[in-house]
Design a protein. Structure first.
Length: 722
């Protein structure tokens, strides 16, 4: 399986390169070159598998043996779900029966009396939040971190990961890197100030690993989109990315998309309960309602549908910031200047970057159309989708926009009626499903709503929705309570200084770990330069050091690009030791080579440090300033004392006298200064001669042997005293 760019400007690359590079050189996004298709027989074979085996079989379609061996992939998948509350199930489905709320007999009778072909069916809530950080991101990030660690270990590499989060991605990333990073990955997790819940922030700031950093970014009017813009600038700097081995674990990384595929198939198979005949199984379909922010799950659902999963509709439920609903309604992509703060904070995204993957498949893989749309959007701030692309988008997705008021109402309604407490993001999806009437059909089509987070991470929203200060039992969890008792380790900056601060911090970390990896390499084959994006191996000799001494003062200099030297014996000494005693001609040749090396070294000018260059520049500016003042005074004096001038002006004469006196005074100061320096030089020379003569008269020390028999340093000019 190969991966290509949505913009078509990058050659086909392996999963190793696509996952570490994160973004192609043409600023597109990686997508599979071809989508594997599953027929009815293959789906039937997958139906009886557990979640772990199902995930392994789905991922094998996209990950070949050359990328990851079969047994290694199985062990990675197995480790992914160890930290889940139920490792066998991973994603339990909770059924909300619409008929369970009719406690009164009158309501039941009235329902039976209505003769209608439509009946209310069950809503299946797929709880994706039973991982270590109680969010949907645990499923994909545990897999992505292990895969990246495996690719790094193959080449003895390290990586610096940058992640921008609106709440759930950050804690899951830091937790996965602490568990599976094996000290090969350093992570910078950036989140907008005031845009996430306190529980989510505490989950990030209470991490103790020295390779994880949670950074609060202030003054983000567009929320996480402002941080994404800064990250895009950093990823566009190819030299900086290659030097420091930078990648990302946001949903722009293709590993995240692949890891999210299995739970769509799992939900489809689990909703087949009660269907035994072949006809019922073949006719079984599913409608999936997805809470949508950056559209990572939206693209995954689209990919699963292209693979052959029978999904009749994919519903994108957004909050007030949702771009997906606006695109479906108007056909235009508009860049907003500010993101509204909503109760579903993880979905506060005005420009979902996975939109370009969705548009790529809606354009049927036409990279020229996508480039034109994307370039127009970047230049003008808005773009209109062509009719063909918009038609495919509307055929693929249904959309709904849910306000904060409706979100609170949905949380309260589902708790009162179904005894189910949903987080704000899940409540958005539930409201979309119930308000659009998706649960009114003939029963052959299952309705699945993705629950993305535990309600305990949003205590303020729960209290507001239920109009009480008491926290219900369902909103409490041991993981969140333990985080409250831990110290926070918090770093912060503002948006204006974010790029500089991030570059400086990453450079400093890379220098601290320099002995463990070198840079990405490019190989030339048949006259064509192929970018392999493979970093070099770890040095075999542990005593390697950086050759340039100005590394600490200029971290971005070219001296850091893998130039190393060994601190072992020089080659000339090795040749001399290995040469036989009777080969005088060979020794003469080696002596000549050594002399040539010495002369070549003498000819090379010594590289000056940054501090020395600054001192020289400062001296030069001082003397030029003095000379310019002196020249101005002299020229002014000559002009004023012109003998051809007819009338004497008292002011001019007085100024000329002062200028003349000033020039004479400066001349005397310069002469006295030169005389002083000459005298000081003579005194230094005399002092040096006296010190040399005094040292020659000192009686040399005689070193004696210790009783143990080990000799102390000896003076070769004298015998050892017995």
């Amino acid at each position: 399986m190969r991966y290509v760019s949505t913009r078509g400007g990058t050659h086909k690359c392996s999963l190793h390169a696509a996952s570490l590079l994160n973004l192609p050189n043409d600023q597109g996004l990686f997508v599979p070159q071809m989508i594997p298709k599953l027929n009815r027989a293959q789906l039937k074979r997958l139906r009886g598998l557990g979640f772990e085996d199902l995930a392994f079989e789905i991922l094998r379609l996209f990950i070949t043996e050359t990328d990851v061996p079969k047994e290694k992939l199985r062990s990675i998948v197995k480790k992914c779900y160890k930290g889940f509350e139920e490792s066998d199930i991973v994603v339990p489905l909770v059924v909300l029966d619409e008929d369970s709320d009719d406690d009164d007999d009158e309501k039941k009778k009235s329902k039976k009396s209505k003769k209608s072909s439509e009946t209310k069916v069950q809503i299946h809530v797929a709880e994706l939040f039973h991982g270590p950080t109680l969010s949907v991101k645990d499923i994909s990030l545990a897999f992505a971190v292990q895969m990246i660690e495996f690719f790094l270990s193959k080449k003895h590499e390290r990586a610096n990961v940058i992640v921008a989060t609106t709440g759930d991605t950050g804690p899951a990333t830091l937790d996965a890197i602490e568990k599976f990073g094996n000290n090969r990955i350093d992570c910078w997790c950036l989140y907008p100030s005031g845009k996430i819940s306190k529980a989510q922030e505490r989950q990030m700031t209470t991490k103790r690993g020295d390779n994880v950093n949670a950074i609060e970014v202030k003054e983000c009017e567009r929320g996480c989109d402002d941080i994404d813009d800064v990250c895009s600038k950093i990823f566009a700097d190819e030299e900086f990315v290659q030097r420091n081995g930078i990648t990302s674990l946001n949903s722009c990384n293709i590993l995240r998309i692949l890891a999210q595929l299995p739970h769509f198939f799992w939900c489809y198979f689990r909703t087949m309960h009660g269907k035994t005949t072949e006809e019922e199984i073949e006719n079984h379909t599913m409608t999936c309602v997805v809470p949508t922010g950056a559209m990572g799950h939206a693209f995954t659902a689209q990919l699963a549908r292209e693979m052959g999963l029978p999904m009749t509709e994919v519903v994108l439920a957004t909050n007030a910031n949702g771009a997906a609903h606006e695109i479906a309604m108007t056909g235009e992509i508009v860049k907003k200047s500010k993101a509204e703060k909503t109760v579903a904070s993880a979905m506060d995204c005005v420009m979902p970057y996975n939109l370009w993957r969705v548009v790529y498949y809606c354009a049927e893989g036409d990279t020229e159309i996508l480039r034109r749309i994307q370039d127009t959007y970047e230049f003008y701030g808005h773009a209109t989708l062509p009719k063909k692309v918009l038609r495919n988008f509307r055929e693929t997705f249904l959309t709904a926009e849910v306000s904060d008021y409706d979100t609170f109402e949905s949380m309260k309604y589902n708790l009162d009626v179904h005894k189910y407490l949903a987080c704000p993001h899940t409540a958005v999806a539930l409201h979309a499903a119930q308000s659009m009437g998706l649960n009114n059909h003939d029963g052959e089509n299952a309705l699945v709503v993705l629950a993305t987070a535990h309600p305990g991470k949003f205590i303020d929203a729960v209290q507001t929705a239920l109009e009480t200060e008491d926290v219900p039992k369902m909103a409490k969890h041991k993981t969140l309570e333990d985080a409250k008792m831990s110290f926070q380790r918090k770093r912060e900056t503002n948006l204006e200084n974010l790029e500089i601060a991030l570059r400086t911090d990453i450079d400093a970390t890379s220098r601290a770990r320099r002995g463990r990896y070198v840079n990405l390499t490019k190989e030339r084959a048949a006259g064509v330069l192929h970018e392999k994006y493979l970093r070099g191996n770890e040095p075999a000799i542990p005593s390697f050091s950086v050759s340039n001494q100005q590394d600490d003062q200029n971290p971005t200099s070219s001296s850091q690009m893998g130039q190393i030297r060994s601190s072992t014996t020089p080659p000339s000494a090795k040749n001399a030791a290995a040469a036989p005693a009777n080969s005088s001609a060979r020794a003469d040749e080696e002596d000549e080579d050594d002399e040539e090396e010495v002369t070549s070294k003498k000819k090379k000018p010594k590289s000056k440090t940054k501090q020395q260059l600054e001192l020289e520049q400062l001296k030069w500016t001082r003397w030029t300033r003095r000379l310019s003042i002196l020249a101005a005074c002299v020229s002014f004096h000559l002009v004023l004392r012109d003998p051809n001038r007819k009338n004497d002006i008292p002011f001019v004469d007085a100024f000329g006298k002062k200028a003349n006196a000033f020039v004479e005074e400066k001349k005397k100061e310069i002469e006295s200064l030169l005389e002083k320096r000459k005298e000081e030089k003579k005194q230094r020379q005399k002092r040096g001669k006296n010190e040399k003569s005094e040292t020659l008269l000192i009686e040399p020390k005689v070193y004696i042997r210790e009783r143990i028999g080990k000799a102390r340093p000896q003076n070769p000019a004298f015998d050892v005293a017995r």
